[in-house]
Design a protein around this ligand. Structure first.
Ligand code: ASP
Ligand code: MG
Length: 407
């Protein structure tokens, strides 16, 4: 007998028919002798609909009232799913975040979970009941409803699994696992049997939006075995594991992540003096613009070139800030490009294998793709290329690193 926390996302509970199907699935696990805690999201589109309603009233609703509003979406699904379970003879009880309680801090709309009381849940589980908990929401120490940020139901599920020391946390979604790369770009992309937490964090932060990033951090920290699977088809999904369980046979690279929405800016002939990086990036940081890759060239004749990337949406704003800084510094000219993309090879296997970078560069060279920037970390190598080469480059790398599906 295992204790399993299962989370069903918005599409999996998007209609009454689908809610009934989830109930069947959950009841089957319970009949097989497992104890089940279910976490559900709001029906698909519901959270956005609620946000839309608020915007018809005010451009700036207070965060407290927003949380009261958006948390209702999940209250609907817990009630309907519990009814559906009871209807097919499986005793179940629904709980809002505040009823568990899931205690959070008081930062509305992006609250962090601080404490979960598991007593009530244990009592239900021992009585053979399925517990259905509203995802995404909690309660602060003054009793105010809080929410955990968009996509927060994943984090609720992982946090419950950690509190209950569950055997597994299963995230049911509309994809059947985590892929080597986006299957819409590479049709030979393959589902991964396993991926480590570290790799998953890199993949998630680079745009493979299967799970809320915070839920992966949480699972890694509390060692919760986390599995991503499809609610619409049978299959083992992808298990997210801790690093030391990595199989030595595992390929060097686990996946390729990419983002299209990048832009780069270069300050040419900046004076090569102490404090220059701060003078350039300080005002950018103060404007709350996130900087990703940073490259400074070797100086020559007292001047240096300084390049960095930002999200494409921030390009115009960053450019304005730099134009001002350049004047103040008496530096040369500003150039930029907002049609670039970033491609990253991700894999813990890189740690013990040399030559990943050279194979990457060789592959891109053979395709005639120019590399504009490079950065590396322990388990990742990223390059910036012109956006028009993105798909070609990702496909070539996918093949070169033997990630292609074989059957
Ligand atoms: N319903 C919330 C959202 O749409 C939480 C979630 O789905 O995880 O962001
Ligand atoms: Mg979601």
């Amino acid at each position: 007998m295992a204790l399993i926390v299962q989370k069903y996302g918005g599409t999996s509970v998007g209609t009454v028919e689908r809610i009934k199907a989830v109930a069947e699935k959950v009841a089957k696990f319970q009949r097989d002798g497992h104890q089940i805690v279910v976490v559900v999201s709001a029906m698909s589109g519901e959270t956005n609909r609620l946000i839309g309603l608020s915007q018809e009233i005010t451009a700036e609703p207070t965060p407290r009232e927003m949380d009261v509003l958006v948390s209702t979406g999940e209250q609907v699904t817990i009630a309907l799913l519990s009814m559906a379970l009871n209807e097919i003879g499986q005793p179940a009880r629904s709980y809002t975040g505040a009823q568990i309680p899931i205690q959070t801090d008081n930062v509305h709309m992006k609250a962090r979970i601080e404490k979960i009381d598991e007593l009530k849940m244990r009592a239900d589980l021992n009585a053979g009941r399925v517990i259905v908990v509203a995802g995404f929401q909690g309660v602060d120490f003054d009793g105010n409803i809080t929410t955990l940020g968009r996509g927060g139901s994943d984090t609720t599920a992982v946090a419950l699994a950690a509190a209950l020391k569950a055997d597994e946390c299963q995230i049911y979604t509309d994809v059947d696992g985590v892929y080597t790369t986006d299957p819409r770009v590479v049709d030979k992309a393959r589902r991964l049997e396993t991926i480590t937490f570290e790799e998953m964090l890199e993949m998630a932060s680079l745009g493979s939006k299967v799970l809320q990033i915070r839920s992966v951090e949480f699972a890694g920290k509390y060692n919760v075995p986390l599995r991503v699977l499809s609610s619409f088809q049978e299959g083992p999904g992808t298990l997210i594991t801790v690093d030391d369980e990595v199989d030595m046979e595992k390929p060097v690279i686990s996946g390729i992540a990419f983002t299209r929405d990048e832009a780069k800016l270069t300050v040419r002939n900046a004076p090569d003096t102490p404090g220059i990086a701060y003078k350039i990036l300080g005002p950018v940081g103060e404007a709350n613009i996130e900087v990703d890759m940073i490259v400074q060239n070797v100086g020559a004749q007292g001047a240096t070139d300084f390049t960095f990337t930002v999200h494409r949406n921030e390009y115009a704003k960053t450019k304005k800030i730099l134009e001002k800084s350049i004047q103040e510094m008496g530096a040369g000219e500003l150039t930029g490009d907002d049609k670039i993309a970033k491609i990253s090879l991700v894999g813990v296997g890189m740690r013990s294998h040399a030559g990943v970078a050279s194979r990457m560069f060789d592959t891109l060279a053979k395709e005639g793709v120019n590399i504009e920037m490079i950065s590396t970390s322990e388990i990742k190598i990223s390059v910036v290329v012109a956006e028009k080469y993105l798909e070609l480059a990702v496909r070539a790398l996918h093949t070169a690193f033997e990630l292609d599906k074989t059957d």
